[in-house]
Write a protein that binds this ligand. Structure first.
Ligand code: 9N3
Length: 240
């Protein structure tokens, strides 16, 4: 991967996004507005507009039992599962396999009436790093998706307006050691998920409509994804 011309950007943005996600875990106060809370899932947003376009940064914290961060990131990253959990996507195509853990995607999203339909071109990178808070514990797993301009697919030529997105899914895994050295089971697993996203619609879309859709759809999006992972993993061996 290091030979690919996008590698320097991919490496830099991935580390920046991971740092941002870890910092945001601490600052639960500040300018973030809690707009949805369901069980262990808390969703925050900041109201921001760029050129009259809503780009409200979103941050979600969720705690899920019975899965590892590696499993959550694998189901998020791997295109073969995408359409099974991603209800906002109409089609997803891998344009280039930059490395085993770096893919270039073209996605056409479902239209949000009355806005015009959006597509997105982004690289997706999955990586794990030691948890500096628990060096000999499970590593932190992360998937970062970041829009990229590629000459072969110029924006806004077809029916779709090109969406710009930066997304980070970061997962910390906690294992409650079972008594008397018994084997770790899924009941001993807890995964702390931080999902950060900034989605720029890329062209004008009615702010009030977008905010209403985001408020309704983002909680459903994260719940649907995490429930899908729990369901897929429950009868499979644990992927640490
Ligand atoms: C409805 C809502 C949930 C807010 C939504 C609407 C749109 C559709 C595009 C759009 C946005 C704004 C205006 C018009 N259309 C896209 C997304 C979206 C984009 C990316 C990712 S990802 O995490 O990178 C996983 C890969 O797909 C997840 C969700 C979400």
């Amino acid at each position: 991967a290091s030979a690919h011309h996008l590698w320097p950007e991919i490496d830099r943005v991935t580390m920046e996004q991971m740092h941002y996600a870890r910092m945001s875990v601490e600052d639960s106060g500040g300018v973030w507005q809690l707009f949805a809370e369901e069980g262990e899932m808390k969703m925050y947003r900041r109201e921001e507009e760029v050129g009259g376009m809503v780009i409200d940064p979103l941050r979600a914290c969720h705690v899920v039992k019975g899965v590892t961060g590696h499993e959550v990131c694998e189901y998020f990253f791997n295109p073969q599962y995408r359409l099974e959990w991603e209800a906002t996507v109409e089609t997803t195509t891998v344009l280039e396999k930059i490395a085993d853990d770096i893919l270039l995607f073209l996605q056409v999203h479902k239209r949000i009436w009355p806005a015009s339909q959006r597509d997105a071109v982004f690289w997706s990178h999955m990586r794990h790093v030691p948890d500096d808070k628990d060096q000999d514990g499970p590593p932190i797993w992360v998937v970062v998706n970041n829009s990229v301009d590629i000459p072969d697919l110029p924006a806004n030529t077809g029916k779709c307006v090109r969406l710009l997105l930066t997304v980070c899914l970061m997962c910390q895994t906690f294992i409650d050691p079972p008594k008397d050295g018994a084997k770790v089971t899924r009941n001993d697993l807890t995964c702390k998920i931080t999902y950060c996203s900034v989605v720029n619609p890329g062209g004008w879309a009615p702010p009030a409509v977008l905010r209403a859709v985001y408020k309704r759809e983002y909680p459903k999006f994260l719940k649907r994804f995490t429930n899908y992972v729990i369901d897929q993993c429950q009868d499979k061996p644990i992927l640490f």
